[in-house]
Design a binder for this molecule. Structure first.
Ligand code: FAD
Length: 607
């Protein structure tokens, strides 16, 4: 049996007459619950309206240009009588069919924008959970395993939503990789590097400084102070929120218990729900003398035990290039060896070119399409054997930094005992509610897939905590911006040209060269470029990329533009302060619009 229903515009907030700018379905279409039906655009924002259930579209009642309000009928839908698709998604909307083991857990450009919000989601209030077993040392409503940016965010958000939370962390300090041996210490040193190279660059402006004297122990102590301020802050915020922190290695022993090896013996923690936030660690390639401290991962390199005369960086990805940048500024002669045919594989070449140009002039060597096959520790250094077109067969370096990627910790948490499926490579698959295959166990951060970035982990941490608390929440970000904090910085968000070409996505592009930015010229940093990718028909922004000083800060505006469904005109008409680097994004959009006056671009001849 089937029935025909009217599908109305749901509650759309304070708007009472909003224009339809796209109708995304036609008569006869088979649609699923949450498929987008129409796009509305007000003067503030645009939003897609999802279908509350699946079925066949019988007739569409609206067209582009119509103005609609809550309750207006969008279409009539023929549905099966046996319960709607959205019923299956109740209580957190678990959809196990969507899960794939060992795949990046999220697709960018999600179309589920409204899944968590006002449009059509009808999930229940927080359901009754099986209580935490009472034969354990500690009981809680939510256990969070791992205190990195994902874990501490999840723990704090859950506590703020009124849940009893236990946070388990194997190290003495909270904050995970990001705060202790990742984002924060590396960026502290990168600031030092920027000041040193910035001072060198001033020679061209007629100002010269002497060679800097570097006290590496003092510099490392300063970095430790920065880290200490943040990790200490986390400790006090955990206390303020009433989050119980248990230090020690935690392993699941059942679907509702974790055993923690603390300094005072094993403590068992029973939980109603758990959030796995156990992160990742550096990959160590074989055939290197890892027991010699001169062979380092990024963690050891951040200790700054010495500034080597000659440093080999194995892996020209983001982390490798950031560390290369630090050691180069501190005085090391840096060689980078990368297997791919360019630095930072996967990143758009026009952006990477800006970085390559600068580092080619500074580094001793950059070997592309090359690899290290083995190395031996010798008294005078680490003797490295290479394979590649332009590499020597061997060379000896004072230190070697290996930065070839990170592996998730999925196999180190006793996941089997809880019934949580872990893929071969150690990732745990989740849905948009961050649920694993086990209904009351969630996972977030590096352990659920690429991109392995702190801001992705924190966002997911909030979603998991909110779903644990029965809130309507889901991971529906359209993009996760990426930044290499190298000199110059490289940042991108949304669609990249590399991905567009691979996936056959149609786009147009406009690039603004920083030689025409007064601010960049004044800073002596006209080496940058800002580009925008947009839809050739709707002119909506699809992606952006920036290479240049402070690109990491500048990309936030483009990210907001994408999230808000802005088009190139929206950005071009937004008044940007002058003279700033932020103008470069507006200028790129003006180029796309054909309204730029800060450059002369001859008009294309009409055919
Ligand atoms: P993690 O930060 O890895 O935290 C996991 C925590 O779980 C750790 O504290 C670990 O000790 C704990 N744990 C694991 N297993 C157990 C267990 N069995 N019992 C108890 N505790 C356990 N990202 C950015 O976004 N921007 C950057 O600039 C940036 N720079 C980086 C620079 C470097 C050098 C590195 C290495 C990484 C950088 N990253 C950066 C990546 C970023 O650090 C990670 O994406 C982020 O830390 C992931 O957060 P997470 O919460 O998933 O896990």
């Amino acid at each position: 049996m089937s029935q025909t229903k009217d599908i109305p515009v749901p509650d759309i907030g304070d708007f009472d007459s909003v224009e339809i700018i796209e109708v995304l379905v036609s008569e006869g279409d088979e649609i699923q619950a949450e498929d987008s039906l129409i796009t509305l655009e007000s003067d503030k924002a645009s939003m897609e309206i999802p279908s509350p259930e699946g079925g066949t579209v019988k007739s569409v009642k609206v067209k582009v240009g119509d103005k609609v309000a809550e309750g207006d009928v969008i279409l009539t839908l023929e549905t099966a009588d046996s319960g709607s698709a959205s019923d299956e998604k109740q209580d957190g909307g678990e959809d196990k069919a969507e899960k794939k083991q060992d795949e990046p857990a999220k697709q960018e450009q999600s179309t589920k924008k409204e899944a968590a919000g006002k449009g059509g989601d009808d999930r229940k209030e927080r359901p009754q959970r099986k209580p935490a077993p009472d034969d354990t040392d500690i009981q809680c409503q939510v256990l969070v395993l791992g205190s990195g940016p994902g874990g501490y965010t999840a723990a704090f958000r859950a506590a703020d939503l009124g849940l009893e939370v236990v946070l388990v962390e194997r190290f003495d300090s909270l904050g995970g990789v990001c705060l202790n041996v990742g984002c924060i210490p590396s960026k502290a040193y990168l600031h030092t590097a920027e000041v040193i190279t910035g001072a060198e660059d001033m020679a061209e402006h007629g100002v010269t400084f002497g060679k800097p004297k570097i006290d590496n122990k003092k510099l490392a102590a300063w970095k430790d102070k920065v880290v200490g301020k943040l990790t200490g802050g986390l400790k006090s915020m955990a206390k303020q929120r009433g989050v119980t922190v248990v230090h020690g290695n935690g392993q699941f022993t059942s679907p509702q218990t974790v055993a923690v090896e603390t300094k005072d013996g094993t403590k068992t923690v029973g939980f109603e729900q758990a959030i796995i936030a156990a992160g990742s660690e550096s990959i160590k390639i074989p055939n290197l003398p890892w027991d010699d401290e001169r062979v380092m991962t990024s963690t050891l390199a951040l200790d700054l035990a010495e500034i080597p005369k000659r440093l080999l960086v194995v892996g020209g990805g983001i982390i490798g290039m950031e560390m290369a940048c630090v050691y180069d500024a501190l005085g090391s002669k840096v060689t980078v060896v990368e297997m791919a045919d360019g630095l930072m594989p996967g990143t758009d070449r026009d952006l990477v070119k800006v970085l390559e140009k600068r580092v080619k002039g500074r580094y001793e060597n950059i070997f592309l399409k090359s690899k290290v096959t083995r190395a031996e520790a010798q008294k005078g250094g680490i003797k490295v054997h290479f394979e590649g077109d332009k590499t020597p067969d061997t060379d000896t370096f004072d230190r070697v930094l290996v930065s070839v990627g990170r592996v998730p910790n999925g196999h180190n948490i006793g996941a089997d005992a809880a019934g949580v499926e872990v893929g071969e490579r150690g990732f745990i698959a989740v849905d948009e509610y961050q649920r694993t295959n086990v209904e009351h166990i969630f996972a977030i951060g590096d352990i659920v897939g690429q991109p392995m970035l702190a801001h992705k982990a924190t966002h997911e941490g909030k979603v998991a905590a909110e779903v644990c608390a029965g809130e309507k929440s889901a991971f529906d970000a359209r993009t996760i911006p990426s930044v290499a904090y190298t000199d110059p910085e490289i940042a991108w968000m949304g669609l990249t040209e590399t991905a567009a070409k691979e996936q056959g996505v149609k786009y147009e592009k406009a690039s603004f060269p920083w030689q025409a930015s007064g601010r960049a010229l004044g800073m002596g940093r006209e080496d940058g470029v800002t580009k925008v990718l947009y839809d050739p028909e709707t002119h909506r922004i699809l992606g952006a990329g920036i290479a240049g000083a402070h690109a990491g800060d500048l990309i936030a505006e483009a990210t907001l533009a994408l999230e808000m469904g802005a088009d190139i005109q929206d950005v071009g008409l937004t008044i940007h302060p002058h003279p700033t680097l932020s103008e470069t994004f507006a200028f790129a959009n003006e180029i796309a619009e054909g309204t730029i006056t800060d450059l002369y671009i001859p008009k294309k001849k009409k055919k």
